[in-house]
Design a protein around this ligand. Structure first.
Ligand code: SAH
Length: 235
């Protein structure tokens, strides 16, 4: 796993400090062990894990400047993309949040075990955390919801001038078009769709970069049932 990570990071043009690579590999082993216990269907092959979880997450560092930023990972699951970002760019002030307590517990326990410090782990739903409103420079999210729904979970957390970056498949043009109205309504503007190929694979993903240009109107986010049933769209 270490070799794949080192080579992949080099291919992405990201400095691969040995200590960081070892920390990521150790995190991967903790995840594989946890998966074995919970028996969840998941990526368990170390090579696949290195590429599809760690390098996919790391690719975001080529999309924006994360240095010194307050970053939130919404729906982090087992810690992606947040933890790889934090390990590779240690001056990130990271908050990870997830609505499922045992996932947050896994991330929290793993960070403690591996000495990944100052990661704020929050068990909660993104749309129910008013204390975090506009509190971040960059909000990232992978595989959580369709963009028109995800925008309402994430954009309220981004401060003025900050970014919301959604990780999507490369065929996300329609999804982006359908989220256009939601993004504008919530105070955002789609800046770019940046495709990238995960090193060592032929998997292409895209980072959708949304800029926060205006405050989110106070009536958003709505309750999840509302967001889901009735995503923001032009009427
Ligand atoms: N980002 C991770 C996990 C994706 S699975 C990865 O790419 O590997 C989606 C995760 O989002 C789940 O862990 C789920 O609990 C969480 N989630 C879904 N809706 C959420 C919400 N409204 N607020 C916070 N977490 C949410």
């Amino acid at each position: 796993m270490e070799n794949i990570l080192t080579e992949g990071l080099e291919a992405l043009g990201i400095p691969a400090e040995r200590e960081a690579v070892e920390t990521l590999a150790a995190y991967g082993r903790l995840l594989a062990d946890a998966n074995r216990v919970t028996n969840l269907p998941a990526i368990t092959d170390p090579a696949d894990m290195a590429r599809l979880h760690f390098l996919d997450s790391a690719a975001l560092l080529t999309v924006a400047d994360f240095s010194g930023k307050r970053v939130a990972d919404v729906g982090t699951g087992a810690g992606f993309p947040g933890i790889p970002l934090r390990v590779l760019q240690p001056d990130i002030r990271l908050t990870v949040l997830d609505s499922v307590g045992k996932k947050v517990d896994f991330v929290d326990a793993s960070c403690r075990r591996l000495g990944i410090e100052n990661v704020n782990c929050i068990w909660g739903r993104a749309e129910e955390l008013p204390q975090l409103r506009e509190g971040f420079d960059i909000v990232v999210s992978r595989a959580v919801a369709e963009l028109n729904v995800l925008a309402e979970l994430c954009l309220p957390l981004v401060g003025r001038g900050g970014l919301f970056i959604a990780m999507k498949g490369s065929d996300c043009q329609t999804e982006a078009d359908e989220a256009d109205f939601a993004i504008l309504t919530l105070g955002g503007r789609l800046r770019e769709m940046r495709p990238y190929t995960i090193p060592g694979t032929d998997v292409t993903h895209a980072a959708l970069v949304v800029e926060k240009t205006a405050p989110t109107p106070i009536r958003y986010p709505r309750r999840y049932a509302q967001i889901k049933k009735n995503p923001l769209r032009e009427t």
